[in-house]
Design a protein around this ligand. Sequence first.
Ligand code: ATP
Length: 354
Amino acid sequence: MISHETITGILKNYDKENITIGTIGSHSALQILKGARDEGFKTLAICKNNRKFVYERFHSADEIIGVSDYREILDDDFQNKLINKNLILVPHGSLVEYVGAKNIEEKFRVPLSGNRATLEWESDRNKEKKWFKEAGIKMPKEFKSPEEIDRLVIVKFPGARGGRGYFLVDHKVGFFKKIRSRGMEDEDYTIQEYITGTRFYPHYFYSPITGEVELMSMDIRYESNVDGLARTPHWAFKHYAPEPSYTVTGNFPVVIRESLLHKVLEMGDNVVFASKKLFPPGMTGPFCIEAICTDDLKFIAFEVSARIVAGTNLYIEGSPYSQILYNEPMSTGRRIAREIKIAIEKDMLNDVIY
Ligand code: ATP
């Protein structure tokens, strides 16, 4: 892991009047870049050559750089070019997926918004479990081997893949059949109790400057094909029985029943508190807890994303919650840029950048 001192050493030489906020052209880049621009920063997008036109079409950044592979950002010359532009890069799910958490932590010297040590904790399921345990948040039961399956379970594969390839099964025989048919036998997998309930993916922002955890917004993922199955008439399943799949294709806005709000706020507080204990100084900036609310109104969480999530894209103009907090259009992307701006003013950049 590149040390905090190395990054703050690079940051020390930055022209603070001339910071550029940049990100990878994917995931939540349109929102991040708009937020940075709204806060008065210069902006830069690094895009795959074949997706550059999307960001050009939206006039989304002052500068757009094309690459043929996102891993090109790890090249020394490329990194120096970014550092010379006084660039702070905002990490998101596509950066982690395409460049790799380890590569970012160990090879990428460009200052990142947030704490880069967090990437390791959110992308490793065992560490994530430890984190939830420390936070006192209930998780679905996990089964160590297929032989132990005694109820409906969801089988997951590693990485931020938006649910791709996941399947449901309720017995070991079905497990082996399905994993073989997918050609995934040699992959790492997690077997997790399938929880029935309603999903809530609250988006939080933790500021070490104010010491507060803000609830910015919430979404539900729109997943193919499971969210489409309800539209298929029941009689059709006699001859046509598609497997549910969980590939993210979009997001729905949601607000939570107000009498459940305290539980959502407590989960956020506890996750931040636990992160300070497990990897001091802990997580800073945006994060999301993926949770299911059961019919006895308990929350069971199955994932923490310790960075901006794409569900925040719904709220470029703010959400019902951020409206109450800010009374101005405040997306999570803009909140990230606002934090950097306040940190520059208060000379606290080292607390929000690593
Ligand atoms: P990402 O890293 O992009 O968040 P992922 O590949 O890690 O996605 P998850 O978010 O863990 O995948 O799960 C994908 C979807 O599968 C969820 O949005 C949810 O609909 C469903 N799901 C996951 N775990 C459970 C569970 N234990 N019970 C019921 N549904 C689940």
